[in-house]
Design a protein around this ligand. Structure first.
Ligand code: MRU
Length: 349
């Protein structure tokens, strides 16, 4: 798998996911502002991936022209954290990573550290966030693989794969581990309008790994389930409340309702950094609303008559009661209740 988020000493190289599958192009970010724009414009997307990217974005603040000493560096970090945290609202991994970076800067600065020492500490912290995420994805894969039945046909939505994380993936981490164990017959990937993360990204990364994948229009899932073609649904998450309510790509909630109707297990796969224990339920999760043009224009052609309103909510919330299990690196939460979330996660992230 291509290295899609790469720290290059004092700059950040991102694979431009908007160009996939036909173009492999990279974008270089040298400032926190450029990094925030890359997140906002979907050069990089997926909850853990934008958290990792934002962490590197904070590290970039340490290389700015105004950084004369430790105090100046701390001020730059504070400003960078503000810009980066606002880039996208729903995935809590973003705020979590930015706050962890800012806390690291404050902790090291307390000892009166020089700008050089602080800079190094920030780079190492961002690299640690990146590496921990890859390890978490591998553990999610191991913890979830037996939830895929032998000969399993898996339906997934959006892209919760290597591209959406530090590497390996959450939902696709379970798929990869189950495939390595010989359990996966087919992955059905919803195309996922309007950004087509399923058609472009999930299909691309699974086919790169020779994992059988079939792309579906989003509106085919019900029919496929009714025909008995789906054994399990596995999706990722952008933010999970303390009671297990889960925000993920728009369309996820509909799939959960369909899965319940057809008696199909509905699994969420996510690392601890995706949980927001400060929110008691999913009602408090901020839902990103994106530009109407992203829905109204397909491949450069406007498909909605001019003057007609378009609603573009990027995420929805699936109630915990519709989720069979949440697979984390710390274990499997099932049944999905507040008590079980707290027990499996522990308090600290
Ligand atoms: O808008 P996106 O592409 O950032 O949305 C991504 C998703 O909804 C993913 O399913 C989620 O972030 C989990 S990624 C492991």
């Amino acid at each position: 798998m291509i290295s899609h988020i790469e720290w290059c000493k004092d700059s950040l190289r991102l694979l431009d996911q908007r160009r996939l599958p036909d173009g492999i192009e990279f974008m270089e970010c040298r400032t926190p502002e450029a990094t925030a724009s890359a997140i906002r414009d979907m050069v990089v997307r997926g909850a853990p991936a934008i958290g990792i990217t934002a962490a590197y974005g904070v590290a970039l603040a340490a290389f700015g022209p105004n950084v004369s000493d430790g105090e100046a560096l701390l001020a730059e970090v504070k400003a960078a954290a503000k810009v980066l945290e606002q880039a996208r609202p729903t995935a809590v991994n973003l705020a979590w990573a930015v706050r962890r970076m800012a806390a690291k800067a404050r902790q090291v600065a307390k000892g009166g550290a020089s700008a050089d020492v602080l800079r190094r500490a920030l780079c190492l912290e961002a690299i640690a966030i990146h590496e921990e995420d890859i390890a978490a994805c591998r553990a999610i894969g191991r913890n979830g693989l037996l939830l895929v039945p032998e000969g399993g046909r898996v339906l997934t939505h959006c892209n919760a794969g290597a591209l959406a994380t530090g590497g390996y993936g959450t939902a696709l981490g379970v798929v990869r581990a189950a495939h390595e164990a010989g359990r996966v017959k087919m992955v059905y990937a919803d195309e996922t309008r309007p950004y087509l993360q399923g058609a472009r990204l999930t299909a691309w990364e699974l086919s790169q790994d020779d994992i059988p994948v079939t792309v579906l229009c989003d509106d085919m899932a019900a029919s496929l389930m009714a025909k008995g073609f789906v054994d399990v649904v596995i999706v990722g998450a952008d933010r999970i409340a303390a009671n297990g309510d889960t925000a993920n790509k728009i369309g996820t909630y509909g799939l959960a309702v369909l899965a319940r109707h057809h008696g199909i297990p509905f699994l969420v796969a996510a690392p601890a950094s995706t949980f927001d224990m400060a929110l008691p339920t999913g009602a408090g999760i901020p839902i990103e609303s994106r530009a109407a043009e992203e829905v109204a224009v397909i491949a450069g052609r406007r498909v909605v008559p001019g003057g007609v309103a378009v609603l573009h909510l990027a995420f929805d919330v699936t109630p915990a009661s519709l989720i069979s299990a949440i697979v984390t690196e710390r274990g499997v939460i099932s049944p999905v209740t507040g008590e079980n979330v707290a027990r499996v996660l522990g308090q600290a992230k």
